[in-house]
Design a protein around this ligand. Sequence first.
Ligand code: UDP
Ligand code: MG
Length: 316
Amino acid sequence: MLISVVVPCMNEEASIPVLVERLSKVVAPYGDRAEVLLVDDGSTDATWSAIERARATFPCLRGIRLSANRGHQIALTAGLEAAQGERIFMLDADLQDPPELLGDMMGMMDRGYDVVYGRRNERQGETLFKRATAWVFYRVLNAMSDIEIPRDTGDFRLVSRKALDAILSMPERARFVRGMFAWAGFSQIGIEYARAPRELGDTKYPLRKMIRFAVDAMTAFSTKPLKFATRMSFASLGFSALMMIYVAHSLIVYQTAPGWASVVLVISLFSGVQLLTLGILGEYIGRLYVEAKNRPLYFVSEDTRSADLLPLRKVV
Ligand code: UDP
Ligand code: MG
């Protein structure tokens, strides 16, 4: 198998037919040396039946259905684990990233690169809010993590088997795929493209999920937030030392304790710092807990490929 295309899909019934049509054109040059894996991430609409239907016209399509919604990064991981190709191409189901770029990416990989990632040079039709949050996200992420994650890249990329095996050998439960690739190293190169607006269906990343994703990304790759908490405690210690001098001074000079305003101010400042520090600690402890449980990341409830293999197994 030369190439595997991996696409996580959650409630993408509207996109599947177009997606499959465009992908079938893109992988046509590779004939039966290509496979397309659509991972249904616990959709509540007709995504799975759309995948099954598309298989009739597109034999190299394989559908994998997860037992429940596990989130974009885990669905992607499920597809990556199932992929058998020498090169693995990942993209979103909504066609915001043009699959037609595969040819160019293959060309760059022929020149010896292990990871060719897409870099968005413009984001057409995305709301100002989404663009602004994405901008802040990539900058804060790089400030807060120990590795350099290329700016404005998503999971849209072509990777070699070597790079993928490295990622799959990483045991963590927190799968921030693009960060893991950045951390793994190998020779990487970006390719610029314009990110199209989502045409069918709507975004599966509401603000709540985006914040979760950002916190995951930061805590998965560094302990800088913990150091930030320590620094903040030092700063507040320094501040309280100054406050003590001020209080002592007013006690001696004015013979009176200062009013309640400064007390309230100091109490709220320090309880804020303490709660934030606790919160940062909590994020890491929660993650330790999840890692320690060591549960499987996902369960596959249906796999069209094992359905194909079933009769074969019976013969043996
Ligand atoms: N997705 C998924 N599980 C989820 C959320 C999203 O598999 O819980 C998939 C979704 O179907 C799409 C990709 O992840 O293929 C990216 O989602 P989306 O396009 O909604 O994100 P956006 O482009 O708005 O950031
Ligand atoms: Mg999208």
